[in-house]
Design a protein around this ligand. Structure first.
Ligand SMILES: [Fe+2]
Ligand SMILES: [Fe+2]
Length: 270
C-alpha cells in the first residue's frame, strides 16, 4: 500500500500548497491513503469544522491534531461526530473525540491511524507509551488486524519521538513525528519493518519562525512583555510529507522517502 503523511498545515499558506498540489501528488505517487496534521490550519491555531470538511472533501483520509486541538472551541462538538479527525490518544478520559481510528482503504484493505502526544517540554498528559501499548495489544499489524498502521507522534523532543518509534517498531507501518514544524533528514526503515521520520515538517511558509510571522515571534523571545499576537507568515508554503510503501501481506514498510514541494525548501519527490 502507498501511504502519504503531511506535516502540520500552518494557516492559508499551508492550506493552499496542500490543496493546490494534491492532484499532482495523486498523479505521480498514487497514494492509497493520506493523513495530514491540521492542528495549525485555522490561522495557526487549531482547526475549524469548515476547514476540516474542506480537507476531507479534497481527499485527505484522516486529519490529526495535537496540542492545538482545542484552539477553535467549535471543533469539540464536531469532533464527536467526525471519526476522521483525531486528537492525541493520551488525553484524559472524557476528552472529546478519539485518538485512534480504523478506516477503509482501496481494495478492501484497512488502515489504522493513531496519534499520541509527548510530555517532554509539553503539557502533562497521560503516558503516551502506556496508551500506545493498550491500543497495539488489540490491533495487530498484518493478517487478522490492520493492513497498515500509521502512528503520528506529536512531540517536541526528538528523543521522545525516537523512543516511541523504537517501542512501536515491528508493530506499525509508519511512525512519523509532528509538532516541531521542521522536517528531519532521518527517514529510514527501523528493524522490524517500520518506516520512521522524526518530524515530517510543516506545510507552510518557511520564511518565518516555525510558520509564524518573524517580527512578532522574535519579539516574544527578546522582550518579556505582551506583544502582537502570533499569526501565520503568508508567502508561498512548502508542502512537507513522508511517503511510504508497505507490503500488503505483512503491513511492513518496504520504502520510505520525504516529499517536499513548493515554497522555499529544496524539492524532493520520493
Ligand atoms: Fe504544529
Ligand atoms: Fe503541536
Amino acid at each position: 500500500m502507498k501511504l502519504l503523511y503531511m506535516g502540520d498545515v500552518v494557516g492559508r499558506s499551508g492550506r493552499d500548497v496542500v490543496i493546490g498540489r494534491l492532484a499532482e501528488i495523486r498523479d505521480r505517487l498514487s497514494p492509497d491513503f493520506i493523513v495530514m496534521n491540521g492542528e495549525n490550519a485555522a490561522h495557526g491555531f487549531g482547526i475549524t469544522p469548515r476547514i476540516c470538511d474542506e480537507f476531507l472533501a479534497a481527499g485527505i483520509d484522516v486529519v490529526t491534531l495535537g496540542n492545538h486541538s482545542w484552539d477553535q472551541r467549535e471543533i469539540m462538538p464536531y469532533m464527536d461526530g467526525q471519526p476522521r479527525l483525531l486528537r492525541p490518544l493520551n488525553y484524559p478520559a472524557g476528552t472529546p473525540g478519539r485518538g485512534i481510528g480504523v478506516f477503509a482503504a482501496p481494495r478492501g484493505r484497512k488502515v489504522a491511524v493513531i496519534q499520541v502526544m509527548g510530555r517532554l517540554f509539553m503539557d502533562p498528559l497521560d503516558c503516551p507509551f502506556a496508551a500506545l501499548e493498550r491500543e497495539l495489544a488489540r490491533l495487530p499489524l498484518g493478517p487478522g488486524g490492520a493492513d497498515a498502521i500509521i502512528l503520528d507522534v506529536h512531540a517536541e523532543a526528538s528523543s521522545e519521538k525516537m523512543a516511541l518509534a523504537q517501542v512501536a517498531a515491528g508493530r506499525v507501518s509508519l511512525v512519523v513525528g509532528s509538532h516541531s514544524h521542521v522536517p528531519t533528514a532521518d527517514a529510514q526503515i527501523l528493524p522490524g519493518g517500520t518506516a520512521y521520520q522524526t518530524d515530517a515538517g510543516m506545510c507552510g511558509d518557511y520564511d518565518s519562525v516555525i510558520g509564524m510571522k518573524k517580527d512578532a515571534a522574535i519579539f516574544k523571545f527578546v522582550r518579556k512583555i505582551p506583544g502582537e499576537r502570533l499569526s501565520p507568515a503568508e508567502a508561498a508554503g512548502t508542502l512537507c510529507g513522508v511517503f511510504v510503501e508497505t507490503d500488503d501481506r505483512s503491513g511492513r514498510a518496504t520504502r520510505v522517502a520525504p516529499l517536499r514541494l513548493g515554497g522555499r525548501l529544496a524539492e524532493a519527490w520520493p
